[in-house]
Design a protein around this ligand. Structure first.
Ligand code: SAM
Length: 252
């Protein structure tokens, strides 16, 4: 434990995660902006830049929640494709275990004018409800940390991708800058739960968040897990000194 918070036992994790996202779904996007000072937008843009969407691609965005990655993917693919992209549009299947998050996502899609190209599916990252070799690309943003068994989710990602498909994970990671890591820890375990209490009325949800970040495998360990799942050419990039990281790998 850290700063006196207990770690979340494995058996309780799935229920805890469900309750957290049920409770924050409506405030989720606002909280993201507040807690990160808007920086999550820059990280998501970095993920999309590295992935470089193309017209005609079929992405599965796992733990896709309220649709941030999906919207950006579609918008970028349409932009790079120009007029030609209209006859060969990109598609995104958003898959999340939480129906409340998906409900908010659908509403936002309508608000942003995404009337086609999106499918919303309730499903578990560890047991994706899709046949082998379905997708050109797989993204999971701030999701893998919440999955009970991340290795299972990596294995199933590999299965669901087509040969030649690309896996990308954006996740909170481990700060690699001395002193800054201490400051960040203090922020995570004091300021963050306080903000959660004030804005979402749920302190425990944000204590869970801090603890789940602490327990998540460091950059090199996650890269090793990806290789174990079968991915090749595995690389990662640190964002904001390692507060977050993007991992990339290929099913070859
Ligand atoms: N990707 C979105 C983003 O970047 O804003 C949402 C991230 S949110 C922090 C984490 C999401 O993971 C929640 O919507 C939650 O319901 C989902 N989730 C948790 N466990 C999951 C699982 N086993 N399978 C699929 N989704 C899961």
């Amino acid at each position: 434990t850290h700063f006196g918070y207990r770690s979340v036992p494995r058996a309780e994790k799935a229920g805890m995660v469900r309750q957290v996202f049920d409770s924050v779904a409506d405030k989720y996007d606002l909280m993201n902006d507040l807690m990160s000072g808007g920086i999550h937008r820059i990280w998501k843009a970095a993920l999309i830049d590295w992935l470089s969407p193309r017209p005609g691609q079929h992405l599965i965005d796992v733990a896709g929640g309220t649709g941030d990655i999906a919207f950006r993917f579609l918008e970028r693919a349409a932009k790079v494709g120009g007029e030609g992209a209209k006859s060969f549009p990109a598609r995104v299947t958003v898959c999340d275990i939480n129906a409340e998050m998906l409900r908010v996502g659908r509403r936002r899609a309508a608000d942003r004018g995404h009337l086609s190209g999106l499918t919303w599916t309730c499903g578990d990252a560890q047991f994706l409800p899709f046949p082998d070799g379905t997708f050109d690309a797989y993204t999971i943003a701030f999701g893998l940390r919440n999955v009970t068994d991340p290795q299972l989710a990596l294995n199933d990602a590999f299965r669901a991708l087509k040969p030649g498909g690309r896996y990308m994970c954006l996740e909170f990671s481990h700060v690699v800058v001395p002193v800054f890591d201490r400051i960040y820890d203090a922020y995570s375990f004091t300021v963050l739960p306080g903000l959660g209490q004030m804005v979402a009325g749920d302190r425990a949800a944000y204590e869970y968040l801090a603890e789940s970040i602490r327990q998540f495998p460091p950059q090199d360990e996650l890269a090793a897990m990806m290789r174990k799942a079968g991915f090749e050419n595995v690389k990662y990039r640190n964002l904001s000194g390692g507060i977050a990281a993007i991992h990339s790998g290929w099913k070859l």
